[in-house]
Ligand binder design. Structure first.
Ligand code: 2AL
Length: 174
């Protein structure tokens, strides 16, 4: 799908197609539709990034709270979004041994207790060992540092989701 095809999408289709580039935040996609025409896919990504940056800190934390835990309840109950399921499986989150699973659950809880939002990391850019190490290290940070770090990870996830969508021929199915 090239950028002219993206620019030609009515907002209903645009939101269906790009609505989960930020996990469970179709409002962001719906808002940036009004910024068309995009000169490139990178310009669409920039529009999303700028929208997020303009939110108050409470809005940024809201975005983080829309993310499922890694190896958490949604993975176990099969209720992850397709994108999240693929990302988590790619990082081995669906194949943790019992020691790893309980460490992950314990650290995820500790992180949420401390910050009031979940630990977010771009799973496609990390493996299991790296995720566990970063989760443990990042529990020590300040809240504002973690809010910014989590949002930076959301943007990495968004970039990879956008690329996957635009490279696929999925729009033909709209
Ligand atoms: C996720 C997710 O669902 N996909 C990803 O890359 N990271 N969740 C998370 N809490 O980091």
């Amino acid at each position: 799908m090239d950028v002219s095809a993206v620019n030609a999408l009515p907002y209903e289709d645009f939101v269906i197609f790009f609505g989960n580039v930020v996990e469970k935040c179709p409002l962001i996609t719906a808002a940036v539709w009004a910024k068309r025409p995009f000169v490139s896919l990178a310009a669409l990504e920039t529009a999303i990034s700028e929208f997020i940056d303009a939110l108050p800190e409470s809005g940024k934390e809201g975005i983080l709270r829309c993310h499922p835990d890694l190896a958490g309840r949604d993975l176990q109950s099969g209720t992850l979004t397709r994108e999240s399921r693929e990302e988590q499986a790619g990082a081995g989150m669906d194949a943790l041994n019992s020691a790893e699973a309980s460490r992950m659950a314990q650290l995820n809880e500790e992180y949420k207790q401390r910050f009031g939002f979940p630990f977010v990391i771009c799973a496609r850019m990390n493996d299991k060992a790296n995720i566990l190490r970063q989760l443990s290290e990042r529990c020590q940070n300040e809240r504002a540092t973690e809010r910014a770090r989590g949002i930076a990870e959301v943007k990495k996830i968004c970039r990879l989701r956008l690329q996957a969508l635009v490279l696929s021929d999925a729009p033909n199915k709209l």
